[in-house]
Design a protein around this ligand. Sequence first.
Ligand code: 2AM
Ligand code: CA
Length: 268
Amino acid sequence: MFSNKLNIVIKIAKQAGAFLIDRLNSGKKISIEIKAVNDFVTEVDKQAESLIVSLLKKSFPDYGIMAEENYSDKTIPPNLYWVIDPLDGTTNYIHGFPSFCVSIGLCENKTPLMGVIYDPTRDELFCAQTGKGAFLNGSPITVSETKNMQGALIGTGFPFRNFAIMEKYLDCFSSVLKRCQGIRRPGSAAIDLAYVACGRLDAFWEHGLHPWDCAAGSIIIKEAGGTVTDFTGGKDYLFSRTFIASNTIIHNEIQEIVISSMPLKYPF
Ligand code: 2AM
Ligand code: CA
């Protein structure tokens, strides 16, 4: 059903997901480094990333790599490149809170073409490829049909490091909360995006995301019929650090609310 390339990436994501679970269940202490305040990396992130990168390089030697724990040069690779988050939701993982995943996207310039998100705690594999639809464990998925914010369940991410924006974020949070059915913040952006794609959430917004948090999720949402933009409504959602996703129907509504309190351009 899927292309060879997608099948290979699915296999790699599942292998990395199994590694995350085995390591968590092994009972062995996990060593944690602090990258910045409230920004952690564990030896498990690094080992899962090495595993994914080596397997992708073996199958696709000509493709570039942009991976969370080894992204130093900050440039967009010239050809097709993999965008990898080996463990999205590291803080959850450290606490054993079951919302974390492996996220692998394939991009060309600023456009995602293929995406795989694997949640090993629920054995849920979300994937998509341009023009071929979006899937959860092999079955087609679509975004919700929720008609307005009043009927919507919304995902977000809180500021966790740069607290300069806190007041504006809380204003924004309050405006969204007053207009919708509820807000959820499980702590893995990639899983939140997968949930927009399959209709469990109707929309999602966050600032400060990196390409590896949202590359795979963006193509999965688009293939499921959703819309992904930056805060201005433009297409720079992977690199602008401002991100809104929705079921398309409520996109303008949530964008308007978000930008009524949040600045349009990052850094804020
Ligand atoms: P990460 O675990 O891969 O770093 C959403 O808030 C995103 O921010 C998450 O997908 C998470 O990706 C990242 N993040 C980093 N540190 C965080 C923290 N202390 N709390 C929540 N999210 C964090
Ligand atoms: Ca990560």
